[in-house]
Each structure stands twice: as C-alpha cells, then as structure tokens.
Design a protein around this ligand. Structure first.
Ligand SMILES: NC(=O)c1ccc[n+]([C@@H]2O[C@H](COP(=O)([O-])OP(=O)(O)OC[C@H]3O[C@@H](n4cnc5c(N)ncnc54)[C@H](OP(=O)(O)O)[C@@H]3O)[C@@H](O)[C@H]2O)c1
Length: 205
C-alpha cells in the first residue's frame, strides 16, 4: 500500500520506518517542503494524501482544523489513521466535551474518509520496538467502517503490535483518555516514557 504520513516528527518518523519495513511505500506530507533531505519522498499534505491509499495523521490535534479541511476531497473513500491526542501545549488533556474526541472532530473535518483511531496510546519512543521482553505492545483500534478498521488491524499486526478492536469510533474517547493517563504516569508522576500498555486478554483461564 502507499501510505501518506502527515508530519515527520516523533510519531511520523516511527510510522515511516515501521510501515516501510513492512513493505509499504511511504510519502510524507509536510507543511514546509523546502531545503529538506529526507529518506522518503516529500510533498504537500494535499498531494501526499491525494496519491496514497491510506493517510496517517501524525501532526498535533490542534493543527488539524487548519490542515485537514483542504484534504476533505482527496481523502474521500480512503482510510485515515488518526494517531492524535487532544493536548494543550503543556501536555495536559485538552478537554473536548464528554461526547466528543479528537477522532470524532477529525471525522467531521474529513466527512467522506474512513477514520480509524490507532496508535495514540503508544509513546513514540517505544514505537520502534513493538515487541518487548517477548510481549507485543497493544494497539487499540477504533472505527465505524469495519473494512477500514480490519485493514488497520492487519497493518498494526504486520508491524508487530497486538491489535485489539475497541469498537466504533466513539470509543476513541476512551483511547484518548488512556493516552492522557499514559502521559500523566510518564511525565506527571515521573514514570518515564519507556512504557506501554499491554492488555492481557483471557489470561489465567
Ligand atoms: N510523541 C508521542 O509519544 C505520541 C504518541 C502517540 C500519539 N502522538 C500524537 O501524534 C501526533 C504527532 O506527535 P509528535 O510527537 O510526532 O509531534 P512532533 O514531534 O512535534 O511532530 C509534529 C509534526 O507535525 C508538524 N506540525 C506541527 N504543527 C503543525 C501545524 N500547525 N501545521 C502543520 N504541521 C504541523 C511538525 O512540522 P514541523 O517540523 O514543520 O514543525 C511535525 O512534522 C500528535 O497528535 C500527538 O498527540 C504522539
């Protein structure tokens, strides 16, 4: 598959590396494409999304309202992976209301795309090593379009994570709260970012 990665920061770099190792073609969408020598082809957000089968968002949630509207047409019918977390500048939770989430906001910005929430609960620092001490990090995955969600589940599995389908897109509310908790433990409590969720299902039965 051709995967457009929007943003090439901590998460974008890990996505590019993991997806290309799994045999996918990568194109980067960036806000500034001048004077950069990167290991993947780079272009504008719009061109990257236009030429791709799957689009992965790896920019701050707070930038989405500016960046995504011009991608509404070119993402029509495509899978869009939302890895964002609603955060304030100090990494505290940006509260969007009880019946809302970044993923649902993004689905309103890209109404004809199939939004799949994934990878937002995994710190970029541990993304490169999906299996640690013999245990695969859990990739919690939510979405309304079952076919799109199954493709992202397969993608997560291909790159080494243990995917779990959490249900429809609204369950991104819970996944975003998990990311807030992850940040609170790592940063607020000084636990560090070398940490990840592993969901033990049906163990001990
Ligand atoms: N870091 C983590 O551990 C982690 C884990 C899971 C999910 N996430 C989520 O993943 C997303 C990316 O996080 P990150 O840590 O990779 O961030 P980052 O390292 O700061 O990179 C952000 C990327 O977004 C671009 N960007 C920033 N502001 C922008 C704007 N206003 N308009 C367009 N592009 C903009 C940056 O471009 P420039 O280089 O031009 O500034 C950069 O390519 C966030 O939504 C975050 O909540 C992060």
């Amino acid at each position: 598959m051709k995967i457009a990665i929007l943003g090439f920061g901590n998460v974008g770099k890990q996505f590019a590396n993991l997806f290309s190792k799994a045999g996918h073609e990568i194109v980067l969408g960036l806000r500034s494409i001048s004077n950069q020598e990167l290991p993947y082809p780079l272009t504008t957000f719009k061109e990257a999304a236009e030429g791709a089968d799957v689009v992965a968002i790896a920019i701050p949630f707070t930038a989405c309202a500016d960046v995504l509207p011009e991608l509404a047409e070119v993402t029509k019918g495509k899978i869009v992976i939302d890895s964002t977390n609603p955060l304030n500048a100090d990494w505290s939770p940006k509260l969007l209301g009880q019946e809302n989430s970044a993923a649902e906001e993004i689905s309103r910005l890209l109404p004809e795309a199939s939004i799949v929430k994934a990878f937002n609960t995994i710190f970029a620092d541990v993304m490169s090593e999906p299996v640690k001490n013999g245990q695969a990090i859990t990739a919690f995955i939510a979405g309304d379009d079952d076919e799109a969600k199954q493709k992202v589940i397969a993608l997560a599995s291909d790159i080494g994570y243990a995917p779990i389908d959490t249900g429809r897109l609204y369950t991104a509310r819970y996944l975003e709260s998990m990311a807030h908790l992850n940040i609170q433990i790592a940063v607020g409590q000084g636990g560090g970012i070398d940490a990840a969720f592993i969901y033990l299902q049906n163990k001990g039965t």
